[in-house]
Design a protein around this ligand. Sequence first.
Ligand code: GDP
Ligand code: MG
Length: 171
Amino acid sequence: NIMEDQNEIKMKILLIGESKVGKTCLINSYVIRSFNINQLSTVGLDFRTKKLDIQGKQIILNIYDTAGQERFRNLATGYMKSADGFLVCFDLTSESTLENVTYWINSIKNTARKNASMLIIGNKSDLNEDREVTTEQGKQFAAKNGIDYLETSSKMHIGVDEAFETLVKKI
Ligand code: GDP
Ligand code: MG
């Protein structure tokens, strides 16, 4: 599925996870280096493109944003089939969003291509005082599922490049 043409590789990645965990902010933090405290809810699907150079290869990354609401789950499922990789996101200040990651992982396992890559992302690491999930709990949850784990703050631009680039390298 990955389109490779000499030095240019196209990849499609999808951000999934519950509503409000910060998927749209993570994409904006990565692609346009901005953060909006009043980020509007995403309706359906949206995507942004970022070009990057890794190990002498020009990568064209198409990053798809989804809405986590139940009513859009079918839509996201269609896009899952063609994705090369997934950032499965939750909010470190909301334990229920981590519990929901199980749903999204199963959804990927049932729908996506067998060799698609994924990474679990705990976002809003800047809100340390409001944490409901410790780094250790996040790591343990991810390890139990055999998936790598990273924490990010789209607000403070911490760990954001690393999250996307770790996934790209896996792909
Ligand atoms: P989405 O529904 O998953 O796309 O979530 P949004 O990107 O729309 O973000 C939901 C809310 O969380 C917004 O009010 C954001 O400003 C806020 N938010 C997103 N990322 C962070 C973060 O890293 N830190 C903090 N403090 N707030 C964040
Ligand atoms: Mg959104």
